[in-house]
Design a protein around this ligand. Structure first.
Ligand code: TNX
Length: 518
């Protein structure tokens, strides 16, 4: 071969293997923003035959890899080979240096990507960062091929161990597929809990084999009067398994003793006067109550909690306990205490809306703060009082302040969907707050935050995501990122790129005029 030819080949190899694309990992608009990231300025180029390897004996890593392969294919249209030899991407578990159970390090160089997590869960969180790096290609202005990943090193772990959303499937029913689609989105933004509000006045949504009329009759309708729906036990398990694959824990809620009309309509024996109520399709709250004097009530509670906890691997069972205007104070205290005892008997930690703190509650009960935060509102004073009562009894707290985190509030006065009782919540207001600033003491009892989506006004998946997005992206950062990393001005810039990401996934969202969408 002539010298010239060799030179040519060398030149070709050099230019094709390492195109000189300057990058800056720090400028990729990741949300939630990682704890630390340093850029190397070069790029990992995605090719037709990229390989990923992992410890084959680890079933969790295998599943994570297989699922990531699908994501990779859908974004790059290339196959990601799970070949174990000479791979460019390596994922592994090593907890010798990483202490937090969700901590990971993602090290990207020109020829290799190494993702180390303290656990399979941590690896999964890191994979979601990698997924965002792929999905945010447009932000680095490389709309056409090659697809590249900026090089550098990300070290990351969450601020809070509880980062959740609640979905009310009672006011309007949402199918198993809707819930799975919502789980996908939660996982992309590193949420780790999905709380399902499974019963309310308007509908009972989970099959209870020993009380079949709850779903047959009590689940038959919804707000507005259209047909409702429910999950069979095997569908509920399907949701749990899907969530588990996405490292999301399901928290089931059966709201008692109020918000129980769908049960009271299904079984006359749950009513003090032994008469079944009518099905309800309106949106009032606080008119229904279980009957303390009836033996059947406690048989009912025991059966419901036993059947649901048997199917639920997660640590929590939520008993509701809010807005019980139709229950006397004395009865309420007995209801909450006895129901939490049943939850404990079945091996779960009780969770409830903050109102339950006034009852006798076991230590480490999880209470959910849901007050408005306006200084002069009565509900605000009451909420703080409840939280402090709770922590003095040994409870932990999840923060869901209505005036900041209720995704069913309108974005502005003219938003078509949504309510206004806790004010309006625009994109900035949803982002720009700190959970620990809302309570005066025992701040270390805050396990995290949860963004509730009550569905009085959301009838379908599009309406659900319209209310949730983009606000929920902000809640993900409140839950995950360090306070020092969080600035509205910077977040606003990053969020601007997530509109395209959502559009690529065909997700309907509110195109807030506060954001300069790219
Ligand atoms: C209050 S907050 C409720 C729900 C409603 C919601 C509407 C709380 C614990 N209860 O019953 O759906 O307001 O925003």
């Amino acid at each position: 071969m002539s010298n010239l030819r060799i030179l040519f080949i060398l030149f070709f190899i050099f230019t094709s293997c390492s195109p000189k694309i300057k990058t800056n990992l720090d400028l990729v608009p990741l949300i939630p923003i990682p704890n630390s990231s340093t850029s190397r300025g070069t790029s990992f180029v995605i090719k037709e035959k990229t390989k990923l390897s992992f410890d084959k004996s680890n079933k969790d890593l295998k599943l994570i890899s297989q699922n990531f392969r699908e994501v990779w294919r859908s974004i790059t249209s290339y196959d990601l080979s799970l070949d174990q030899t000479r791979s460019e991407i390596l994922i592994e578990i090593d907890n010798s240096k990483l202490t937090d159970k969700e901590a990971y390090v993602l090290d990207i160089s020109k020829n290799n990507i190494k993702l180390i997590g303290s656990s399979a869960e941590a690896v999964f969180r890191g994979i979601k960062t990698l997924e965002q790096l792929l999905r945010l290609q447009h932000s680095i202005k490389l709309i056409d091929k090659p697809i590249i990943i900026p090089t550098g090193k990300i070290s990351d772990k969450p601020k809070y161990s509880y980062r959740g959303s609640m979905l009310d499937v009672a006011r309007h029913f949402f199918s198993v597929d809707d819930v799975k689609n919502y789980i996908d989105l939660l996982a992309l933004y590193k949420f780790n809990y999905l709380h399902l509000h499974l019963s309310d006045d308007q509908g009972w949504r989970i099959e209870i084999k020993s009380w079949p009329k709850l779903t047959e009759y009590g689940g038959s309708t919804q707000v507005g009067g259209k047909p409702g729906g429910f999950y069979t036990q095997s569908e509920y398990v399907e949701i749990i398994n899907y969530a588990e694959e996405n490292y999301i824990t399901i928290v089931p809620e059966i709201d008692i003793p109020g918000h129980t009309n769908s049960a009271l309509a299904s079984y006359s024996e749950l009513n003090c006067n032994n008469k079944a109520t009518k099905l309800y399709t309106g949106t009032e709250v606080g008119f229904s109550s279980l009957c303390l004097e009836r033996e059947e009530t406690f048989k009912f509670l025991d059966d419901v909690i036993r059947e649901i906890t048997n199917l639920t691997p997660g640590p929590y069972f939520h008993i509701g306990g809010d807005e019980t205007h139709a229950t006397s104070e004395q009865d309420y205290l007995i209801f909450i205490k006895s129901t939490l005892e049943i939850v404990k008997k079945y091996g779960k930690t009780g969770m409830g809306w903050a109102d339950i703190a006034k009852a006798q509650i076991p230590k480490s009960t999880l209470i959910q703060y849901w007050s408005r935060t306006d200084k002069d509102s009565i509900r605000n004073k009451k909420g703080i009082q409840e939280v402090l009562m709770g922590v003095d009894k040994g409870a932990n707290i999840v923060m869901s302040p209505a005036s900041l985190s209720y995704m069913d509030m309108k974005y502005n006065d003219s938003t078509k969907l949504g309510l206004t009782w806790a004010g309006i919540i625009n994109t900035k207001k949803a982002y720009d707050w700190l959970p620990e600033n809302l309570i005066p003491r025992n701040k270390n009892r805050i396990l995290g935050i949860e963004a509730p989506l009550w569905t009085e006004t959301a009838e379908n998946f599009e309406e659900l995501t319209f209310l949730a997005f983009p606000r929920i992206i902000g809640y993900s950062e409140i839950g995950w990122s360090q306070t020092s990393q969080r600035k509205w001005i910077d977040y606003r810039e990053r969020l601007a790129h997530h509109g395209k990401l959502l559009k690529n996934l065909s997700i309907v969202f509110y195109e807030s005029p506060m954001i300069d969408w790219k």
